[in-house]
Design a protein around this ligand. Structure first.
Ligand code: CAA
Length: 295
């Protein structure tokens, strides 16, 4: 792939420095291919078939605060992973201490209204939610402010037992600016979303699971491996049908029930125009595994 770079060892070394996790390094050497000269993230392909893209946020000294350059790198990585025909799912993760402690406050501190309004500040973060491939957030530690918002832009959130989700912007004189007031309410309901946004206090992984913000809570050390396993399962299906399914589920966010049901029905009908629908059903009838061609 064009985006694979030569400095594999350099990136791996920074991975170790950032995470102190030699087990992941071993997995990386065995079954992944690393990517370009990103400064704030590590991008790998993981899994037995190297078909799961893993983006690791890597600004350990700033608890993965989401500076502009980091989020631009995430966008570029998603562009590349989206183009990569082998990749069937993407995992975004951080360190055991922090998924991300929010937008970079020090970078924002001197911004003026005319700058942020004129430049549509944070607009490009939306790239995560427009990825056609499923994106799984594997959240250990702090997911605060923009970190919580980044997780909510993903399709599935898995949390480590130590994860903390919160929208603390109110405490620094601002409000969530990357979906916190909108996506949170759709996950946890109005009262809890208001409580979190207005008090700025975080919730635990266990509360987040109860509220439906995350789908599973796992031991921190198993989290990323489980997310990759989930990514591999998704990647084992037809990528074409997976994309259609994701688009259909996302319609529930955007539209009325009647319109959403119609969208789903038409998308379901459209699967009958694909080779993979025919193959999937034929394989079931013939009691064999399907051989999807993503067509
Ligand atoms: N931006 C910039 N730097 C940050 C940061 C952030 N969001 N969060 C942490 N850091 C930096 C700290 O400044 C510190 O750097 P130095 O060592 O250079 O001083 C380093 O990361 C470690 O942080 P702490 O010493 O504060 O670590 P802690 O363990 O004592 O506390 C914490 C951890 C509770 C997460 C605390 O760092 C914190 O409250 N961070 C800010 C959280 C926040 O307010 N996030 C919202 C940001 S605004 C936003 O996200 C807007 C939006 O909607 C997009």
């Amino acid at each position: 792939m064009a985006y694979f770079c030569q400095n594999v060892l350099k990136i791996a070394a920074s991975s170790i420095a950032g995470h102190g996790n030699s087990a992941r390094f071993a997995a990386y050497r065995l079954s992944s291919t690393a990517v370009p000269s990103y400064q704030h993230i590590i991008v790998e392909k993981q899994g037995a078939k190297t078909n799961v893209g893993v983006i690791t946020l890597n600004r350990p000294k700033a608890l993965n605060a989401l500076c502009d350059a980091l989020m631009r790198e995430v966008s570029t990585a998603l562009d590349e992973l989206e183009k990569d025909k082998d990749v069937g799912a993407v995992v975004i993760t951080g360190s055991e201490k922090a998924f991300a402690a929010g937008a970079d406050i020090k970078e924002m501190v001197s911004n003026t209204f005319s700058q942020v309004y004129g430049g549509n500040f944070l607009n490009h973060w939306n790239r995560v939610s427009t990825c056609k491939k499923p994106v799984i957030a594997a959240v250990n530690g702090y997911a605060l402010g923009g970190g919580c918002e980044l997780a909510m832009m993903c399709d599935i959130i898995l949390a480590g037992e130590n994860a903390k989700f919160g929208q603390p912007e109110i405490a620094i004189g601002t409000i969530p600016g990357a979906g916190g007031t909108q996506r949170l309410i759709r996950s946890v309901g109005k009262s809890k979303a208001m409580e979190m946004c207005l008090t700025g206090l975080p919730i635990t992984a266990q509360e987040a699971e109860k509220l439906g913000l995350v789908s599973r809570v796992l031991p921190p050390k198993e989290l990323v491996a489980e997310a990759i396993k989930m990514g591999e399962k998704i990647a084992s299906h037809s990528k074409l049908i997976v994309a259609m399914c994701k688009e259909s589920v996302n319609q529930a966010y955007e539209t009325t029930l009647q319109e959403g049901l119609l969208f789903e029905k038409r998308t379901f009908h459209t699967t009958f125009a694909t080779a993979d629908r025919k193959e999937g059903m034929t394989a079931f009838a013939e009691k064999r595994p399907p051989n999807f061609t993503d067509s």
